[in-house]
Design a protein around this ligand. Structure first.
Ligand SMILES: [Zn+2]
Length: 210
């Protein structure tokens, strides 16, 4: 490999010894973490599914360190975080789900952000489990502001999603990065079930204590 090619390659991919969590140069394992950060991360133990969902899995318990990770992934457009975060999403076999649906962004936000982080995560989950993605099944019909209070949030999201009739009789898994109040997932499930979905589950990277 010539020097120019080598240089181009090193610019295209992130440094191999940078920990995804603390973002510091360090010796990292296959999971992308340094030893210290691996001890920091806590696994989420069977979180209760939000209203309207038939099941929920989340690999990690939300913490401040993860907040910075999601900021880099979503706001700083660090797409290279996708495989690192996707490794924490797991799908139980007993769900027997047929379709993955990424939690949709409104097109206006998608336009500003250029990509939907949940779709990127879905691509990895899809190739790992062999479950197809069908993002056309669910659309966000209006943009929603970040709401501080759960009550306002629920109100703001009411009717914000619309599902396609092809949902009829299907078992669907919603994919998202973080579950906080669970309101978004509940509203997605409500729209999917209204369109005839048989079961709606959600698989996420992290979950905050609710
Ligand atoms: Zn670290």
């Amino acid at each position: 490999m010539d020097r120019t090619h080598e240089l181009l390659l090193s610019l295209a991919s992130p440094p191999p010894h940078r920990c995804f969590l603390c973002d510091r140069e360090s010796l990292v394992g296959e999971d992308g973490l340094c030893d210290e950060c691996r001890r920091t991360l806590k696994l989420a133990i069977s979180p209760a599914p939000p209203e309207g969902l038939d099941g929920l899995t989340a690999g990690l318990r939300y913490c401040d360190e993860l907040g910075s990770v999601f900021f880099r992934f979503k706001v700083m457009e660090r797409r290279d975080y996708t495989p690192f975060l996707a490794q924490f999403i797991s799908i139980p076999e007993e769900w027997r789900a047929e379709i993955l649906v990424p939690v949709p962004l409104h097109w206006l936000r998608l336009y500003r952000r250029t990509y939907n982080q949940s779709f990127l995560l879905s691509e990895y989950v899809s190739s790992r489990y062999g479950i197809p993605i069908c993002q056309e099944l669910l659309v966000r019909t209006r943009p929603t502001r970040q709401q501080k209070f759960a009550k306002n949030r629920r109100k703001g999201l009411k009717g914000a999603f619309r599902a396609a009739p092809e949902c009829q009789g299907r078992s669907i898994i919603l994919i998202d990065d973080v579950v906080t109040s669970g309101t978004t997932l509940s509203e997605c499930a409500r729209a999917l079930k209204k369109a005839g979905a048989y079961r709606v589950y959600a698989a996420c990277v992290a979950c905050s204590d609710r």
